[in-house]
Design a protein around this ligand. Sequence first.
Ligand SMILES: NC(=O)c1ccc[n+]([C@@H]2O[C@H](COP(=O)([O-])OP(=O)(O)OC[C@H]3O[C@@H](n4cnc5c(N)ncnc54)[C@H](OP(=O)(O)O)[C@@H]3O)[C@@H](O)[C@H]2O)c1
Length: 276
Amino acid sequence: MQYVNTNGAKIPAIGFGTFELEPADAEKMVQHALDVGYRHIDTAQMYKNEEAVGRGIKNSGVAREDIFLTTKIWTDRYADGDLQTSVQESLDRLGTDYVDLILLHWPNPDISLKETLGALNDVQEKGLARHIGISNFTKALIHEAVETSGKPLVTNQVEYHPYLDQKPVLDALSETGMAMTAYCPLARGEVFKDPTLERIGRQHGKNAGQVALRWLIQQGNIIAVPRSSNPDHATSNFNVFDFELTEAQMSQISTLNSPEGRMINPSFAPNWDTAA
Ligand SMILES: NC(=O)c1ccc[n+]([C@@H]2O[C@H](COP(=O)([O-])OP(=O)(O)OC[C@H]3O[C@@H](n4cnc5c(N)ncnc54)[C@H](OP(=O)(O)O)[C@@H]3O)[C@@H](O)[C@H]2O)c1
């Protein structure tokens, strides 16, 4: 296992994503992921599977303190007071006293960052979350959040895979000492059709998905949270610590991005940074 150390947090570089997993699948797959060695699980209030994730953790028999558990607060719970209540509700559903990391799921321009980050700081002070962070924040919003939050923010979880250039966000994170958590790290399955990634994989005895995940975590300071409903796929996605891409292969994968590469872009998304 490889870890990313960021602002006091030690985060396993590969986590198991649970977006769109129905409760039965989430429970089964979280247990499977923990059985094969994952120690980082990513869920959210919005995924409606926190209870199932909690059951998967319990069923696995892995000690709670050995698991890095992340959830995310939905944007309609950002007001001071309500945010803290929503976190307690998440903990109750997950069956735990704390999460390792709690994220603001998306920016919400209707509530000031000062209020929301104040409430998020309070959650950490109360011991409900070991670490706090953000998700889907742009370069300008990252800087605003870091300046506003009294306590350090450890990561910004954003879409990142070979088809999307995230240089402006990566620059802002390195300027502020934060890590990136890459969501949709397999480009929602698209990487498995990619001849370049397949060819590079053949040189290492790996598949295209393992190459895409390795490309992410080998950049350093990046955590990836692939999701799968298939046990063999989840096992495969974890087997990325026993090979290394060459510098030439890393650079080649970095040329695969395109301006149309973004896959998650809801109507409430912020004005994304555009790469130079
Ligand atoms: N913060 C946010 O706003 C946000 C937004 C989106 C996602 N996320 C997080 O990021 C996680 C990952 O993103 P994602 O779920 O959208 O997409 P993803 O992990 O990039 O891709 C998942 C897709 O890839 C397929 N897949 C996975 N492993 C495979 C393998 N080894 N071989 C073949 N196909 C494979 C899966 O199908 P099978 O099920 O058949 O394996 C599924 O269709 C989410 O689960 C969530 O935790 C966060």
